[in-house]
Design a binder for this molecule. Structure first.
Ligand code: DGJ
Length: 771
């Protein structure tokens, strides 16, 4: 497990989260303007660079005779060879091979013609732009004399437990690249990154720097899946055959974005079973502008490369400095796209989340946003808190509107002081009330933003991202603060630190409601301005990590006007994410389904809100809304002031039910039995607890047609020989359903539910009997 290594070597748990360590230290030391005034992030970045422990978890072997590295972990084998041209070449990525299997030495491709030189057609692990290279390079550098040729060759390697380091060097300059591979024993997922080091006598400018390239077995029968979306319509799963040419998935927005998510999965076009067949998948741990290119070259080699977006990118390295890329995780599943998702979920829970491998279960949460919007005050929030507590809510979150002159979205961002008209005695009376009701207290913040109508902006108009003398585009009446600046970073840290030190806040909902525009940094030399893309993200991570270190019990939700900042990078530092502002429980079926392709339901916050919904004006029963939300981390966002006694009774019952299944939902194995979308009239999900003792099934019917019954549900992931007892949570299974039967029965005979009409839902659980 990745986190085991970090835990052993990191004095402060949160420190392990940040993928960059050495570079920011040297950069901060070099420039006075970026020096940190009141506290330092330097220690934060240094700690993880210490010695590494041996781990027996996954095996990495090197064969001296053939120059082949072989990484075996879980069900996966990954093999790399050094060829005669000293290039580091992919040999194999796929299902685990037998220990006795022998991998032959790597040989560079011969080159099909003078137009297809060997350098171009060889499947490189990491390749510089130099020589005759026409495929996507991992690294492109300009030297001060104008030379842009970079040809990397193997120099040495080191194996340290389950981590492999391969060092490469340019053929004629002192530019080094160290590739870092770490294998996760439980999932077989590899974590890769690269460190670029300038040991020349002069600065070099990095113009493109990826984390890794993944080469698939050569072939033409591939299909790419990826995630697209927009505000309130995130997480659409796209599929397309991979043809010769290149597909670019990316964000140029400064942050992750909903339009594409930094995740991919590739399987064979011919495989139609979501639970069988080979799938190669991966995800970037980076919350800034990012890029993943999927390229099938002229010799039918499919390569996937990714890292920070190379558009508008430049990063200057002084002599002796290093640049560490974000992690790019990649895995293989022989159990179809369903298996690939489950491996990702397992990785996130056991290795990525801040408190992995045992992140606390998500509490049932109430959030005030849809009830009150900006109209928050002490009495109103206290009244909502009492009502929330009465139905079993465990965390009360006050959303936007509590600070500065924040009466609407035109003012206040940046002024993180409690509004005295709304909270004359500060926040503590409300917090005490919430705590007294047995709930933890959460607060909404949007620390990276500023409204021009704010004291902060009036004092520091230069703190926003801007190009000098140019218009500044506002979105939602706000600008993006330049968090890359040390003074801005310090301000944001101190504002949050003050809030947390003066108030017993347990949870921050960390929002981010626009993308970048005019990403200038006029205080920097022109050739260094583009470093904003990297330094901004590093500082956001740094602030989160520093807060977590100082307030170890603090939890954070990553929200970006919905699901615009969900990735493995921010997930290292946050405990849950908000997938979408679209809280229509029917729309959510599709949104949540797409989300789970890459991310675990264990972090997927899902609120029950009012009906008809503001989104589609669709009317849905309270039970349906609960069951939709209970497929992830249950929250409630309805206006409880409008609920009837019956609503409270229903909610109380369903919250109690959720608590009996939440461990299975949040930590178990997910099977998407019937997916919504593509014209499907139904949606069915199944969750199996880690110990296999509990299975929960949620079934949704959009609309009955022509008297057809609901399709029979065939369960998965059960022990065929064990006996399971069925119990309804909500809705009905048919009267012919046996009270108990074998796992084989539930998987092969299947189970029928009584669902008819429009927007109907049911849920049941199976419990395994004692053997
Ligand atoms: C966008 C978030 O996604 C909402 O849940 C809410 O917090 C608003 N921002 C508040 O401005």
């Amino acid at each position: 497990m990745f986190n085991a290594w970090f835990r052993r070597h990191s004095a402060v748990l949160a420190l392990r989260a940040v993928p960059f360590h050495s570079n920011p230290v040297s950069r901060n030391a070099r420039r006075r303007s970026t020096r940190i005034a009141a506290f330092t992030f330097a220690a934060f970045f240094v700690v993880t660079a210490g010695a590494r422990a041996q781990s027996q978890d996954a095996q990495i072997q090197y064969d001296d005779a053939t120059g082949v590295f072989r990484i075996d972990a879980a069900d996966t084998t990954y093999a790399i060879g050094i060829n005669e041209a000293k290039q580091v070449q992919t040999l194999y990525w796929g299902k685990r091979l037998a220990t006795s299997d022998h991998l032959a030495a790597a040989h560079a491709e011969r080159g099909a013609s003078s137009f297809d030189p060997p350098l171009d057609t060889t499947p490189h692990e990491y390749v510089g732009w130099g020589g005759p290279l026409y495929v996507e390079p991992d690294l492109k550098i300009t030297f001060p004399d104008g030379n842009r040729d970079l040809v990397l060759q193997y120099v040495s390697h080191r194996i340290d437990g389950n981590e492999l380091f391969i060092r490469m060097k340019d053929v004629s300059s002192e530019v080094y690249v160290t590739l870092d591979y770490q294998a996760d024993a439980e999932t077989g997922i590899l974590r890769r990154s690269a460190e670029i080091e300038d040991r020349t006598d002069a600065p070099v400018t990095i113009e493109q720097v990826f984390s890794a390239t993944w080469n698939l077995p050569r072939g033409t029968d591939y299909r790419l899946r990826y995630l697209t979306g927009r505000w309130a319509a995130e997480w659409n799963v796209q599929e397309q055959p991979i043809h010769p040419g290149k597909t670019v998935l990316e964000s140029r927005r400064g942050s992750t974005g909903a339009q594409n998510n930094p995740w991919f999965a590739i399987d064979h076009v011919s495989s139609n079973d979501p639970e069988h067949g080979s799938v190669w998948f991966g995800a970037l741990a980076w919350s800034g502008s990012w890029e993943i290119t999927v390229e099938q070259d002229q010799v039918q080699q499919v390569r996937v490369s990714g890292g920070p977006n190379s558009f508008d990118f430049a990063y200057k390295l002084e002599k002796g400095q290093t640049f560490r890329t974000p992690y790019f995780y990649g895995g293989y599943s022989s159990e179809g796209i369903g298996g690939a998702s489950r491996l990702m979920h397992r990785l996130e829970i056991d290795s990525i989340l801040p408190r992995a491998p045992h992140p606390p279960l998500r509490p049932v949460l109430y959030n005030s946003w849809e009830a009150t919007e900006f109209n928050v005050n002490e009495a109103g929030q206290m009244a909502l808190a009492e009502k929330a507590a009465s139905i079993g809510v465990e965390r009360f979150v006050m959303d936007d509107g509590w600070f500065g002159e924040r009466n609407n979205d035109h003012a206040g961002l940046g002024d993180w002081k409690v509004n005295p008209q709304k909270f004359p005695h500060g926040l503590q009376p409300l917090i005490d009330k919430v705590h007294g009701l047995g709930m933890s207290f959460g607060l909404w913040v949007e620390p990276e933003m500023v409204n021009p109508n704010s004291n902060l902006y009036r004092q520091h108009p230069d703190w926003a991202l801007n190009f000098a003398g140019r218009p500044r585009t506002e979105e939602r009446n706000q600008l993006v603060l330049n968090l890359a600046r040390a003074d801005v970073r310090d301000y944001v840290f101190h504002a949050l630190d003050k809030l947390l030190s003066e108030n017993a806040i347990d949870f921050l909902k960390w929002d981010y409601n626009r993308n970048w525009s005019e990403p200038g940094w006029p205080q920097r030399a022109p050739e260094e301005e583009k470093e904003v893309y990297v330094d901004f993200v590093r500082n956001v991570y740094g602030i989160m990590a520093q807060l977590r270190a100082k307030y170890p019990r603090l939890e954070i939700e990553s929200c970006s006007g919905g699901g615009s900042r969900v990735d493995l990078g921010v997930m290292h530092l946050t405990d849950e994410v908000w997938p979408s502002d679209n809280t229509d429980a029917f729309d959510r079926l599709l949104i949540q389904n797409g989300f789970t392709y890459a991310y675990t339901p264990g972090v997927m916050m899902a609120w029950v809100t009012d009906s008809p919904t503001w989104v589609n004006h669709r009317t849905l029963s309270l039970e349906y809304r609960f069951l939709s939300s209970m497929q992830g981390s249950l929250g409630i966002g309805a206006n409880l002031n409008n609920w009837t006694p019956e609503d409270f009774a229903t909610a109380k019952k369903m919250v109690a039910q959720y608590k009996t299944i939440r461990e299975t939902v949040q930590r178990g194995s997910l099977y998407r039995l019937i997916e919504p979308g593509n014209g499907s009239e139904q949606s069915v999900t199944q969750y199996v607890s880690r110990d296999g003792a509990q299975t929960v099934v949620f079934a949704f019917l959009h609309s009955s047609r022509e008297r057809y019954p609901f399709p029979r549900i065939y369960l998965r992931g059960l022990d065929p020989a064990a006996i399971y007892r069925v119990a309804e949570l909500d809705g009905q299974v048919t009267k012919d359903t046996p009270a108990e039967a074998s796992g084989a029965w539930w998987m092969q005979h299947g189970i029928d539910v009584n669902l008819q009409g429009d927007f109907q839902a049911a849920a049941f659980e199976l419990r395994r009997g004692e053997k």
